[in-house]
Design a binder for this molecule. Structure first.
Ligand code: 5GP
Ligand code: MG
Ligand code: MG
Length: 181
């Protein structure tokens, strides 16, 4: 692929993200009130900023763990596979678990990851995604909480990369290629 110049147009401001996370944290606290320990599982790497902001809004006994999954497809769109590249460090059997994802796109990643984690019989297994692109869905999956529904655009920032860059942008932006317009 050739390297093309691109620009990033702001789609969701840092302020809107912060306000939405505060509201989501209220709902999560209501769901998990009285929990002995909530294991918050971030999916690497795109969720690292989101999980950092989210856990600081949760005054619950929280443990943070990470899992890295990689999805790859062969030429058949429908035979997507998800590999676990890095598994959890801690045990989740009998415990409350919240899986934190950056974007639900086709839905393969979160649906496979939750099936995988469910085999360890956590007490409660819930999911939250900052962004959701419902137009792109290939498998029937809906996160328990969603930050923002967005159109089918390639986005970066707030932990999300384009070729490993732009994760440090404080907002969510849409990537645009002026040469292609
Ligand atoms: P899916 O739901 O298709 O299995 O995969 C979701 C993953 O695809 C996300 O966690 C993210 O890594 C990647 N992804 C989906 N949409 C975008 C996007 O707009 N920008 C970036 N950088 N990654 C995306
Ligand atoms: Mg991801
Ligand atoms: Mg990526």
């Amino acid at each position: 692929m050739v390297n093309r110049d691109y620009v990033i147009d702001e789609m969701i401001s840092a302020k809107s993200i912060a306000a939405r996370i505060e509201a989501l944290a209220h709902e999560i606290k209501r769901e998990f009130r009285g929990t002995e320990q909530l294991v918050v599982v971030g999916l690497l790497r795109g969720s690292f900023v989101f999980i950092a902001d989210l856990v600081r809004e949760l005054d619950l006994p929280v443990e943070v763990d990470f899992l890295e999954a990689s999805s790859y497809g062969d030429s058949m769109e429908s035979s997507r596979e998800v590999r676990i590249l890095k598994d959890l460090r801690g045990e989740i059997g009998g415990r409350d678990v919240l899986v934190v994802e950056d974007i639900v796109d086709t839905g393969h990643t979160l649906s496979k990851v939750t099936q995988y984690l469910a085999t360890r019989t956590p007490a409660r297994l819930r999911t939250i995604a900052l962004l959701d692109k419902p137009a792109r869905r290939e498998v029937d999956f809906k996160a328990d909480w969603t930050g923002f529904e967005i159109p089918d655009e390639f986005v970066v920032g707030y932990g999300i990369d384009y070729a490993q860059r732009n994760r440090n942008l404080p907002f969510i932006g849409k990537v645009r290629f002026p040469d292609a317009e």
